[in-house]
Ligand binder design. Structure first.
Ligand code: AMP
Length: 415
């Protein structure tokens, strides 16, 4: 079979050096920030029962109806690759000793959605996200949004904007949906066919449609906030005021509704101008998720790592900036030195010094060329003479100078 047949599937990629250095930076700094806010990591399985997602994400959402990778195992069980991280994290929160506490969990890893691949949309993509369990409290929402901004600045991203809205409480949802339908109904026939379907199944999604025909119809429709209770409007105001008191500016965007069914109260998105049409770096919100007989309240967000990287790159940040420091390179002249240098390399590594060497007995020129290519700043050269004298020739590649040292001096130089 031609090797091209073994390429990753469409919409999925290998992530390798140098790109992977940027990924590692994002992950490492995220862990630092999460630790400061006292969030702990949960690693949930990538493959789950399909019911976990249909149950918690709602079975009319696009993610569940159109985009999940579903399969049956040998026992005929219906399984799905996780399309997002909240369902699994919340299942964990509901199952453990944490269930009564205000669990604060974060996750990072691959998610799968069988969408049409395009710029900013992959079929395997990666998210870094978190969930803070606990009853609705505008201060908790504000804290999570503040954390997210802290994270963006730890990553060095400038120019991101937060768009915030409320979608109110579940008990108000019926009235809001009815209010929207009543306002849209006189112009129903102008809607395209799929939008007519959404009118019935998920009318909220018409509000953030990018289709001009839909936008024309909804232009005069009241905003969700206008259809909500005073209590819900107050909740949103407290979130905004709390953020302002933390010197965080957010933009209210009444067209923002978000795709999943489980949201209550606050929803938000982080967008960045450096991205194309798919400009959302992250989605977040407060939710109520049913897990078995339990209802878990929480607030959280998920950031798309691929888009985060694209946004960083649009501001001039490159993966090379996060490449590991070059290692010490060891050159061996002759069989005896080759063996002794294996021991030397072992000792250096045990002392925390990164080093590498040529493992075959090649000519010195070829070995030096490799050291140069790897960007080594120091090269240690040993042949029979040095072995006899118990010394090490060290070449400083930047300055082109060379000196002969004994072991203690060598260690001083390298550590
Ligand atoms: P969601 O779980 O749909 O709220 O998505 C949260 C974030 O994940 C989005 O804002 C994107 O940054 C990212 N994301 C979602 N779907 C994809 C995808 N198919 N490809 C790449 N990133 C995605």
């Amino acid at each position: 079979m031609a090797s091209s047949s073994f390429q990753p599937l469409q919409g999925m990629s290998d992530i390798a050096p140098p790109d992977v250095y940027l990924w590692q930076m994002l992950e490492a700094r995220a862990r630092e920030v999460f630790a400061r806010y006292r969030f702990e990591e949960v690693r949930t399985p990538i493959l789950e029962k399909t019911a976990l997602f249909t149950h918690s994400l709602g079975d009319t959402t696009d993610v569940v109806t159109k985009e999940m990778y579903c399969l049956e195992d040998r026992g005929g069980r219906k399984l799905s690759l996780r399309p997002e991280g909240t369902a699994g994290s919340v299942r964990y929160i509901a199952s453990g000793a944490e269930q009564t506490a205000n669990a604060r969990m974060y996750y990072m890893g691959p998610m799968f959605r069988c969408e049409r691949p395009q710029a900013g949309r992959k079929r395997q993509f990666h998210q870094i996200g978190l969930e803070a369990a606990g009853a609705p409290n505008p201060l908790a929402d504000a804290e999570v949004i503040a954390l997210q901004l802290n994270l963006l600045s730890a990553w060095g991203l400038e120019g991101a904007k937060i768009r915030l809205n409320t979608i109110g409480l579940p008990e108000e949802r019926a009235a809001v949906l009815e209010g929207l339908r009543n306002a849209i109904r006189p112009r129903f026939s102008e809607l395209p066919e799929d939008a007519q379907q959404r009118f019935e199944t998920n009318v909220l999604r018409l509000l953030d449609s990018k289709d001009p025909a839909v936008q024309a119809v909804i232009a005069d429709v009241p905003s969700v906030t206008e259809l909500l209770s005073q209590e819900s409007r107050d909740y949103l105001n407290t979130v905004v005021e709390t953020l302002r008191s933390l010197e965080i500016d957010v933009e209210i965007d009444t067209s923002l509704v978000r795709g999943l069914d489980y949201y209550v109260h606050t929803v938000w998105e982080v967008v960045h101008g450096g991205l194309g049409a798919q400009n959302a770096l992250s989605g977040g919100g407060r939710y109520q998720v049913q897990v078995g007989s339990r209802t878990i309240d929480g607030v959280g967000f998920a950031m798309g790592m691929e888009r985060m990287i694209a946004a960083l790159e649009s501001t001039g940040i490159t993966a090379d900036q996060f490449a590991p420091e070059p290692a010490v390179f060891i050159v061996s002249l002759g069989e005896a030195a080759l063996k002794e240098n294996l021991l030397l390399m072992q000792m250096l590594r045990q002392r925390g010094i990164a080093c590498e060497m040529e493992l075959t007995n090649r000519k010195i020129k070829a070995q030096m060329k490799r050291a140069d290519k790897l960007g080594a700043r120091q090269v240690i050269i040993r042949g029979d003479t040095e072995l006899e004298n118990g010394t090490f020739v060290v070449k400083n590649m930047e300055e082109g100078t060379q000196q002969e040292l004994e072991l203690p001096e060598l260690m001083n130089l390298l550590t």
